[in-house]
Design a binder for this molecule. Structure first.
Ligand code: SF4
Ligand code: SF4
Length: 276
């Protein structure tokens, strides 16, 4: 028998009182595990291509390659962020505690927490430049495992999507995501859109709902590329099918050494970084 939403809210209401250890248990339950030693450093670009169940099911695994060599040259550029946040009506709340972000820039040592502490000899120009971050659309997404209402789910093409109507605001997914990729609407997001041009083709959200990058699933359905990729005039962002050996993303990963964030957790991100 399916649980009614009201009953479920009662259960999860209790969960607001759950302490850190219970959350940790949940996260462990979500399958964030230590990967085998050969996955610990960087990534081998070919390592999970052609072996994942996603590719077998649909022939598609959407992925993004961020070429930081090109991005770093554009000091202060926010074209990708502005395009994404316009297209998805992402509210603008300046207070960091209320901020909602789908794609943003963060410092190297926050982005690559695992390796930045290990290597004190990283060149200054890499440490200095902010890195673009977004949801990694993990192949093994812990956020999906902990979501009690299936408001967040993985599609056969690898996109970790959200149904805002099913989100009950328990924030288990935020606790489980090891990348801080999710934002919670503490305030009515429509207040953060006042005075701004709206995109009427994409829904605004409600207070109490989690949101994040959706790999522009709505644009892909129309045959378009993600808004951030389209907006970047410098060719720093490439989007494509990781399951297709002839795709541009696969070519980039063949020809360059790329990193994924926190590979030791075994989440298998679909976002890759070419650093130098
Ligand atoms: S980056 Fe975080 S929110 Fe995105 S799929 Fe991975 S665990 Fe989920
Ligand atoms: S893929 Fe789409 S939703 Fe994700 S950061 Fe880029 S523009 Fe935003």
């Amino acid at each position: 028998m399916e649980l009614k939403r009201r009953d479920f809210l009662k259960i999860v209401g209790g969960s607001a009182l759950i302490g850190g250890s219970a959350i940790s248990a949940l996260v462990e339950e979500a399958g964030i595990a230590h990967a085998s030693p050969h996955e610990e450093h960087g990534h081998s670009a070919e390592e999970d291509h052609g072996h994942g169940h996603i590719e077998e099911a649909s022939g598609i695994r959407w992925a993004m390659v961020v070429d930081m060599r090109k991005c770093s040259e554009q000091e202060g550029c926010r074209d990708c962020i502005n395009a994404c946040h316009y297209v998805h009506n992402v509210p603008n709340f300046p207070d960091p505690k209320e901020e909602v972000k789908w794609i943003w820039k963060d410092e190297y040592h926050h982005v690559f927490t695992d390796i930045s502490t290990l290597d004190p000899y990283v060149p200054e120009h890499i440490k200095r430049h902010p890195f673009l971050v977004l949801c990694n659309h993990c192949d093994n997404p812990p956020c999906v495992r902990v979501c009690p209402t299936k408001a967040t789910f993985k599609r056969p093409d690898g996109i970790v999507a959200m149904d805002y109507h099913r989100c009950i605001g328990c924030r288990f997914c935020m606790a489980a995501c090891p990348y801080g990729s999710r934002s919670f609407n503490w305030r009515d997001p429509r207040l953060g859109l006042k005075g701004r041009e709206l995109n009427y083709e994409f829904p605004t959200r409600m207070r109490g709902v989690v949101e994040k990058c959706n790999f522009c699933v709505e644009r892909l359905a129309q045959g378009k590329i993600p808004a951030c990729v389209e907006a970047c005039k410098h060719g720093a962002l490439t989007f494509g099918n990781l399951a297709d050996p002839n795709s541009e993303v696969r070519a980039l990963l063949r020809e360059n050494y790329a990193l994924r964030r926190k590979p030791q957790l075994g989440t298998k991100p679909s976002v890759f970084y070419i650093i130098a």
